[in-house]
Ligand binder design. Structure first.
Ligand SMILES: [Zn+2]
Length: 174
């Protein structure tokens, strides 16, 4: 078996730890506020809100999932809100050239159906992060948050949607 890349990156981690200085997610001791904004965006390496929004520690909590789609993490939004007790607003940020816009639902279904014991009925119940229209996907995900009864009213009423342009670097409201 070929050497796993995991071994190599664990070696890099040991190097990283030599100069690592720990810090807290937020620290009232250091005068940092708890995050008031929750950002839901894509895991694409070009779509890093810490970079393109120049976030400072304690500004925001960030979920990065495929396409920045809300449905798979709705219970995590509620859990994090309960844990932090400081969230006031949610930003949903999808981005141009997103991999989810190149995905084909049928192709993914066929891929999953190759596994033993998976039925068409199983697959039809799953939600995959496929996007056909970026502005519409942002609007749909904001609507999903606003309609969710498991999210605290103040928070869901302050959900808004944006599109990040990976070419210009600009974020605009949808
Ligand atoms: Zn993406």
């Amino acid at each position: 078996m070929a050497d796993s890349l995991i071994d190599e990156i664990l070696e890099r981690n040991r190097d990283f730890a030599v100069t690592h200085r720990p810090y807290q997610f937020f620290s009232e001791n250091l005068g940092q506020k708890r995050p008031s904004i929750l950002i839901i965006t894509c895991l694409d390496p070009r779509c890093n809100p810490e970079e393109f929004l120049r976030l400072l520690p304690g500004d925001a909590a960030v979920f990065r999932v495929g396409g920045g789609r809300v449905a798979p993490i709705i219970t995590q939004v509620t859990s994090l809100d309960c844990f932090l007790g400081s969230l006031k607003e949610i930003m949903v940020i999808h981005h141009t050239d997103c991999g989810a816009t190149y995905m084909d639902k049928k192709q993914i279904h066929d891929h999953v159906l190759k596994e033993d014991g998976v039925s068409v009925e199983d697959v039809n119940q799953l939600v995959f992060p496929v996007i056909t229209d970026l502005e519409q996907s942002v609007r749909d995900d904001v609507s999903l948050l606003k309609a969710s009864r498991i999210i605290r009213r103040e928070l869901r009423e302050h959900a808004s949607g944006y599109l990040y342009d990976v070419k210009s670097g600009l974020v605009r409201r949808v």
